[in-house]
Design a protein around this ligand. Structure first.
Ligand code: HEM
Length: 255
């Protein structure tokens, strides 16, 4: 578990977040935020809506990789280092509001819970998005609720970081950029794990390439190698209407 420590010199910043954790943080933050913006501006039946789905898929792949890294990654990236019980979250938040603000290496209890919530919500958002693409309209509302829950957790995450920055007069915004936190050098991680980061980039790029190559803009279908039926992207409602009207999914092939 991440431990508390006496206040170190505010100028000493030590390596805490390895490269895969930082890379996956910015991949999932960037892809979720961009997917949200695209969904807000593009009509769901427009060809450009497929960009929303691609970004959502990339966010989901980043979370899957981050979950795997949570079992094998470096000290502060491992889930067991930030598996705090609800009691620690309550006492941490009490301390924050009293102005005490215990210092934690790695995630503090509140950020740890926000991190787990964001991983779970992103997986739920991606799963319901895939079901919608396959014509499952009933999950549309669930998808929207999960998206807005995610937006609320992201807002809490950013507010928490701002509070930390103000209270401690630390620029926490750069922690996830250079991977460092104010702390005792004895507790720094030994390596940023660049090889694992390169492997993660390779997997993300390869997955995005498979998705792009499997997408046929003429039929708006995505066919994934080795995966059963294809997804009818950006066209679920139309496809469903067609099926109900007896024209079937292959209308675009017949046209
Ligand atoms: C859509 C936007 C964002 C999402 C979805 C997001 C998501 C996350 C997640 C899931 C974690 C846990 C990291 C892990 O264990 O792998 C995290 C941690 C963190 N994020 Fe973000 N983030 C977002 C935006 C930002 C921004 C804009 C900043 C900086 C200005 C930031 C800075 C951090 C920092 C410093 C941590 C570590 C917090 C700690 O001390 O526990 N994040 N974020």
């Amino acid at each position: 578990m991440t431990s508390k420590s006496p206040a170190p010199s505010p100028s000493t910043r030590v390596l805490v977040w390895d490269l895969p954790t930082r890379l996956l943080h910015w991949t999932l933050a960037g892809s979720f935020a961009s997917a949200f913006v695209v969904a807000s501006v593009a009509d769901e039946h427009s060809p450009s809506f497929v960009v929303h789905m691609l970004l959502g898929a990339i966010a989901a792949i980043a979370v899957v990789l981050r979950v795997a890294w949570g079992f094998v990654g470096s000290r502060y990236a491992r889930f067991r280092s930030f598996a705090f019980g609800p009691g620690s979250v309550v006492s941490y938040l009490r301390g924050v509001f009293r102005g005490e603000g215990e210092r934690h290496r790695g995630h503090n209890p509140a950020n740890a819970w926000a991190a787990f919530a964001m991983f779970a919500l992103l997986l739920g958002v991606a799963a319901t998005g895939a079901l919608i693409a396959r014509g499952g309209h009933v999950v549309k509302d669930v998808h929207a609720v999960l998206v807005y829950a995610m937006v609320a957790v992201v807002a809490a995450h950013l507010a928490g970081l701002a509070l930390q920055a103000i209270r401690r007069r630390e620029n926490v915004a750069i922690d996830m950029v250079d991977g460092k936190q104010v702390g005792d050098p004895a507790h720094a991680i030994a390596s940023a794990h660049p090889v694992a980061a390169v492997a993660a980039i390779g997997l993300l790029v390869a997955s995005a390439a498979v998705l792009v190559r499997g997408y046929d803009p003429a039929t708006r279908r995505l066919t994934l190698p080795g995966v059963g039926p294809s997804l009818e992207l950006g066209n679920a409602e139309e496809g469903d209407r067609d099926r109900r009207g007896g024209r079937g999914r292959d209308r675009h092939h017949d046209d």
